[in-house]
Ligand binder design. Structure first.
Ligand SMILES: Nc1ncnc2c1ncn2[C@@H]1O[C@H](COP(=O)(O)OP(=O)(O)OP(=O)(O)O)[C@@H](O)[C@H]1O
Length: 224
């Protein structure tokens, strides 16, 4: 499902030459339907690992295989189709501010050319699931932080991705809203989606099941 084999990553410097390695010799496999935490202090490389898992970057060394596709062999024009099978939840919500809640969730389906009748049913179900039924017409600024983050999750899962990747999804939220957001990710996982969540909080993973991959200085230092 997700396989990293001896992965190294160096971002290019301002002249386009490889900068220092920020990920080193990372190897692990995440099975289909698994739930994994990526832990580590600031700068450990969590976001970089997640970017590789979104096919937003290619590794400088080694191989990343996503949903059966090795990135080294994927052609540039194949990447958008691969990315559509991967849902992404960012820490900063990145909702479209001029669209209401309904249209934010419907957007990925519209871009994929899905029929409006299907979109109506799917979006209504999802907004109900995240507890936003009745708030469809509100724009993001008219929703609480927790509601916005749940909307981001609805938008990320509306296309039924096989893999859901979330970067610090609860760090901007109060504890109650954070728990509610996490409950949605756990429920997606129970329904079969492979879920990966990066966090610098050790508290969350200790209270919930799931594998913990701990990074430090771009290396894997614990797997349990
Ligand atoms: N676009 C970039 N260009 C150059 N270096 C980068 C870039 N993005 C991240 N880095 C560097 O890569 C290293 C790992 O960063 P990354 O954001 O992956 O860590 P992180 O564990 O997610 O940190 P945080 O918890 O603070 O978000 C850091 O040294 C960072 O400065």
């Amino acid at each position: 499902m997700v396989r990293f084999t001896r992965v190294g990553l160096a971002y290019p410097d301002q002249r386009g030459r490889p900068g220092p390695e920020v990920l080193r010799d990372l190897s692990f496999t995440l099975g289909e339907g698994s739930f994994t935490w990526i832990l580590g202090p600031s700068g450990a490389g969590k976001t970089s690992v997640l970017r590789l898992m979104q096919a937003a970057l290619r590794p400088s060394e080694g191989e990343v295989e996503l949903l059966g596709i090795p990135l080294s062999r994927a052609r540039r024009r194949d990447l958008p189709a691969l990315r559509r099978r991967i849902g992404v939840v960012h820490q900063e919500f990145r909702l479209l501010t001029h669209l209401n809640a309904w249209d934010n969730v419907a957007l990925p389906l519209r871009l994929a050319g899905i029929a409006e009748s299907t979109i109506r049913a799917d979006v209504a179900d999802l907004l109900d699931w995240i507890g936003l039924a009745g708030k469809e017409a509100r724009r993001p600024e008219e929703l609480s932080g927790g509601e916005q983050q749940r909307l981001v999750i609805a938008r990320a899962v509306v296309t039924r991705p096989a893999l859901l990747v979330a970067d610090e999804p609860t760090s901007e939220l109060d504890p109650r809203q954070g728990r509610r957001t996490l409950a949605l990710l756990l429920e997606m996982n129970r329904m079969g989606t492979t879920v990966v969540v990066a966090t610098h909080s050790e508290d969350l993973p200790q209270r919930h099941a799931g594998r913990m991959l701990t990074l430090d200085g771009g290396r894997l230092v614990a797997d349990g």
